[in-house]
Design a binder for this molecule. Structure first.
Ligand code: SF4
Length: 389
């Protein structure tokens, strides 16, 4: 394991707190409007967009297709925001995890998981979480705030910097997929999430196809339809139980929107088809939700919904009351699911040598006395063993 810590830890740069407008907070049309106010022609929007989201520049100086006078003028009015990596950990399996710090000092985790046929970036949508899923470390942390659209995009930009992942760069395209499975409930911050996804999927910039973006929800039923309609991305659901009795404990939002309502919202998800399935995440908890009868009930529950199943071996965190189901129990559960037609349901945990699960990075950081303002870690949805969907 390599650990590069606190390379940027001496406070938040002043330019991130005040001053010029952060372009990453603007949609393409908002940027066009701002440039029009300056009397600039429409093609300048495309030029800036290309430099920022295709070439990955962090300032105006390298924008050599713009005259110097214009670069100076833009630099006086705008900035190109990035969170700063307060901590970076690299796993022996290639997984990289960052604790990114935003302008107000809040911090959140972002994880990159390379696989043979793709590279997935798991991003956060909130700092902390209002929900209290009992198996999730982030659920023990209070909500600090929603992330802005620019801060969600900024995680992709900063990770691309660290990986040399710019479309124009030599490393090719290490980041091919995005999952909103980090900390927070994305559907409680849907406006900002949707705005960020429009930037991330813009085909003249980062250009990550909506087909390669997945949003994971704990089950905020009233927002599921709007999510599909406004974002067009894939949906994942943190299901984890097949009865309301068990799910009420594991995912307490279930008391508000029980399983039957959640399943109906899934059936109604815009664009759902065999080519565009919903992923159901199911954490394997010893003695809680892992019997053969649970497996059969899961298959019955998902009947008629084009779906995939991700069985997630629980990655315990200090203080949790749960244990991971034994390997033979997971294998038996998976066998029932596979015989029902769901391929490769068990996710391989990744990056366990870098404290990969459930906000453990935060806990580790706190133990070492580097605590500043509240920060949060990924929930089980952000347990990097879950991605690859
Ligand atoms: S699993 Fe997700 S929604 Fe539930 S507490 Fe953790 S971060 Fe929040």
């Amino acid at each position: 394991m390599q650990v590069a810590e606190d390379r940027w830890s001496d406070g938040v740069p002043e330019h991130q707190v005040s001053g010029p407008v952060d372009i990453t907070e603007l949609s393409r049309s908002e940027l066009a409007g701002r440039l029009a106010e300056l009397g600039l022609p429409a093609f300048r929007t495309g030029q800036l967009w290309h430099w920022i989201y295709h070439r990955g520049v962090t300032g105006f100086e390298p924008m050599t297709t713009l005259a110097r006078q214009l670069r100076d003028e833009l630099a006086g009015r705008f900035r190109i925001g990035r969170p700063v990596p307060a901590l970076e950990q690299r796993s022996t399996d290639g997984t990289v995890k960052w604790l990114f710090r935003f302008a107000d000092g809040s911090e959140a985790e972002t994880v990159f998981i390379p696989e043979t046929d793709r590279g997935t970036l798991c991003v956060s949508s909130q700092v902390g979480c209002t929900l209290t899923c009992s198996f999730c470390h982030t659920g023990t942390q209070r909500l600090v705030r929603n992330l802005t659209s620019g801060e969600i995009v900024g995680q992709v930009l900063a990770a691309s910097d660290a990986l040399g992942a710019w479309p124009s760069g030599r490393a090719g395209r290490p980041i091919t997929n995005i999952v909103l499975m980090g900390m927070g409930e994305p559907l409680y911050n849907l406006d900002n999430v949707a705005a960020a996804l429009r930037v991330i999927s813009d085909n003249e910039g980062l250009s990550i196809s909506k087909r390669r973006i997945t949003l994971s929800t704990s089950g905020v039923v009233p927002e599921i339809e709007r999510c599909g309609r406004e974002t067009g991305v894939n949906l994942a659901v943190s299901l984890h139980a097949v009865t309301d009795e068990v799910r009420n404990v594991l995912v307490p939002i279930n008391r508000k929107w029980p399983i039957a309502e959640l399943m109906q919202a899934c059936r109604d998800y815009p664009g759902l088809s065999n080519a565009r399935r919903i992923t159901f995440e199911y954490v394997m908890l010893d003695g809680i939700n892992d019997t053969p009868e649970d497996a059969r009930a899961l298959v019955r529950l998902l009947g008629g919904i084009p779906s995939k199943i991700n069985l997630i071996p629980f990655n315990p965190w200090p203080g949790t009351r749960y244990r991971c189901s034994p390997a033979p129990v997971i294998a038996r559960f998976a066998d029932i699911v596979m015989k029902a037609g769901y391929a490769s349901p068990v996710r391989t945990p990744r990056g366990r040598d870098i404290l990969a699960a459930c906000g453990q990075l935060r806990s580790d950081s706190e133990r070492q006395g580097r605590r500043r303002e509240p920060r949060a870690g990924t929930g089980v949805g952000g347990d990097i063993g879950t991605v690859g969907i």
